[in-house]
Design a protein around this ligand. Sequence first.
Ligand code: GLY
Length: 373
Amino acid sequence: MTQEVEKTVVNSWNEWDDLKHVIVGRADNCHIPPAEPALDAKVPEDSDMRGQWGRRPQESIDHANELLDKFSIQLENRGIRVDRPTPIDFSQPVTTPDFYTASQFGCMPPRDVLLTVGSEILEATMSYRCRWFEYLCYRPLMQQYWEEDPNFRHEAAPKPRLTDEDYRPDYLSDKIGVEKRLEWAAKKFFVTTETEPLFDAADVLRFGKDLVVQHGFTTNEKGIEWLRRHFPNHRVHSVNFPGDPYPIHIDATFTPLRPGLILNNPQRRLPDEQRQMFNKNDWEIIDAAQPAHNAPPPLCYSSTWLSMNVLVLNQKTVCVEKSEVYQAEQMDNLGMEVIEVELRDAYAFGGGLHCCTADVYRESSFEDYFPKQ
Ligand code: GLY
């Protein structure tokens, strides 16, 4: 079944209602960026990525693109319109009056950059220097949507300066150790300082009137406050997950499946005092299944918990990575239809099934799922 091309309507208020239109990233020309403060803090100390940078091998790019193309076709076959970004030349350096870095990254994970809230798509500030210009890959689509949908609000958060002031030098060492990192994470002593508002879109989950935002390496308190002021009709909640020594992006940690049900990474449980809003409104937070793998694929930034980085198509249907058998089994037990998608070999390009997509349209409305606050 091929999708009839329809005029764009931008509208998505949550993570679970019927998905009708989505952006799927591309792996073209993807680079491992050179060292920079925020990125170094995220690369695990024992990772094969330490000290490496440059263009990824063409064979791996082609294979990742094959998987992303196949995923797009799977979505289209279910009647979902899929758009793709226009990659820029990521080998170019990023130079601003405040910093220089020798290459960029890629555009496999649109979820990191674009936050869709109702009829608005907001370009995040981003917090890595190598990702400063990544929004350009989505501008052709944003322009098209703007032409086609008179209600579309295309917004961009203030570009940050990303000087050295934005990063704590304590994180520059590659010999911090996981114990110390966990201690710092519990104290919310993250690599990013509070010099200016910073956030990546993938730190935000949408629950209708409530936006739940992870405070961590890629989003600081000022970034959360910026979102609060930008979305005055929403309640914006700051959460953190002390069990994560490398806290970036909420979507391998906390995964809402439908109203009333969230999967939480059992190694990164939401602290008790932050559960109140969920408890009071009878939402269940359950442990996600264990990942099927002991280690991430080679040259990958993410952890094995991309197992729970799923794409919910509607309240009864979810895309799960094909090799993640335990996660698929759990979804099945929760009454969800599981669509298997092969993506593991593309993880290294920026993440899993949630990361590599960004919502344009879900059949959803602005609802209050947490009337008891
Ligand atoms: N936060 C992404 C991961 O767990 O790897």
